[in-house]
Ligand binder design. Structure first.
Ligand SMILES: NC(=O)c1ccc[n+]([C@@H]2O[C@H](COP(=O)([O-])OP(=O)(O)OC[C@H]3O[C@@H](n4cnc5c(N)ncnc54)[C@H](O)[C@@H]3O)[C@@H](O)[C@H]2O)c1
Ligand SMILES: CC(C)[C@H](C(=O)O)[C@@H](O)C(=O)O
Ligand SMILES: [Mg+2]
Length: 373
């Protein structure tokens, strides 16, 4: 792969979003420096910051910038002032959902890895989780998130869940294809004992299965799956599931990695792809320098892979491994010798750029990373 020039729309968002994005862009700059690529960043508003500035969580200028980008990097959105006000007329999350729908991002891919050096950080037993490597395919533009919702005259509320055959088939095919390149095992997580939509998911997956003879398909009810994911995560290769189940199961699975701040994601579909950590805006941490930037940095690795830059993506992942190995970690993973968001990002960026001998790196070690030498 030659030298590339790419335009990336950056939606830093709210809370810790800007902090973790800053570190991820630092790492992307390091990739550009080492491999000669050019990445141009176009910063746009989305979420609570966009409501504050324009009254709209997804201003038209933001959406247009995303349409015209080669990829989108998102930090996180959300603010307690909306979370705590059930009657707020407009919410940051509406912007995110509209963005996903508008860009046709129907498949959200969330890898879950148990890192050897972090096994002791998980509350789960090391021998139970060691070697876990699963890929969750979460449907992202349908289901209960996007159905009719509202209140009735008697004061009740409703959220309708609908799935079409096409919506299921297009993500199921991606999940089957991923399983073919991995360990050949696909688990559909549903609630087919109760929900009609889940029965349609099973029907579609069963109909597609003969086209992928190398893939063994299993079916699990979501309540059982929630338990199996932490009891015996190694049994999973690719998990395929609908929107809301995928949201919940993936946050749960982050306990295997050791922190929600470690899990990246890629959202793909009909046009431009979007990359974001699976966590939210973690408002309690905003401005404190304690947010883990690794989920966003690993999202950048997925972005590079999407551009076909496999060596670059591997370089970023190797640098993350080095930070994990050296204990250059934010407080939730290294309470004894915590590093700041900025220090973790700089450490990874320096590894990527191979600037280890540069005066700047030494200076950085002296001022910021004294605990690692
Ligand atoms: N994609 C998104 O932008 C997105 C995703 C989830 C939640 N949200 C929004 O974020 C806001 C806060 O939601 P929440 O508190 O339920 O979820 P959250 O993901 O922001 O935080 C939950 C917990 O996870 C941990 N955590 C999250 N990110 C971390 C990081 N980078 N480093 C270390 N620890 C981290 C913290 O312990 C935190 O208390 C809400 O407004 C919600 O709607 C947005
Ligand atoms: C903020 C919210 C709408 C979002 C979701 O539920 O999809 C978040 O939890 C996520 O996982 O990206
Ligand atoms: Mg979520």
């Amino acid at each position: 792969m030659g030298v590339l020039s790419k335009k990336i729309t950056v939606l830093a968002g709210d809370g810790i979003g800007p902090e973790v994005c800053r570190e991820a862009l630092k790492v992307l700059d390091a990739v550009a420096e080492r491999f000669g690529h050019e990445f141009e960043y176009d910063h746009q508003l989305m979420g609570a910051c966009a409501i504050d500035a324009t009254g709209n969580p997804l201003p038209d200028a933001t959406l247009q910038a995303c349409y015209h980008a080669d990829a989108v990097l998102l930090g996180a959105i959300g603010d307690p002032k909306y979370d705590n006000d059930p009657s707020a007329p407009v919410r940051p999350e509406q912007g995110l959902l509209r963005l996903r729908k508008s860009l046709g991002l129907f498949a959200n891919i969330r890898p879950v890895t148990a890192y050897d050096v972090l096994l002791d950080h998980s509350p789960l037993r090391a021998e139970r989780i060691q070697g876990t490597d699963m890929l969750i395919f979460r449907e992202l533009t349908g289901g209960i998130y996007f159905g009719q919702k509202g209140r009735t005259e008697d004061g009740s509320a409703y959220d309708h869940c609908t799935y079409s055959r096409e919506e299921i088939e297009r993500i199921a095919r991606l999940a089957f294809q991923a399983a073919e390149t991995r360990r050949g095992h696909l688990t559909l997580v549903d609630k087919a004992n109760v929900l009609e939509t889940s029965r349609l998911w099973r029907e579609v997956v069963q109909q597609l299965a003969p086209e992928y003879p190398a893939v063994q398909v299993d079916y699990l009810f979501v309540d059982n799956a929630a338990m199996q994911v932490i009891l015996n995560p190694k049994q999973f290769d690719v998990i395929l599931t609908e929107n809301m189940f995928g949201d919940i199961i993936s946050d749960e699975a982050s306990v295997i990695a050791g922190s929600l701040g470690l899990l990246p994601s890629a959202s793909v579909g009909s046009s431009v792809a979007l990359f974001e950590p699976i966590h939210g805006s973690y408002p309690q941490a905003a401005g404190k320098g304690i947010a883990n930037p690794i989920a966003t940095i690993l999202s950048v690795a997925m972005l590079l892979e999407h551009f076909g830059l496999l060596q670059e993506a591997d370089t970023v992942r190797a640098a993350v491994q080095k930070a994990l190995h050296d204990g250059v970690l934010t407080p939730e993973l290294n309470a004894d010798q915590p590093h700041t968001t900025e220090q973790v990002g700089s450490y990874i960026a320096f590894q990527v750029a191979e600037r280890l001998e540069s005066p700047l790196y030494r200076e950085n070690i002296e001022v910021g990373l004294s605990t690692i030498i």
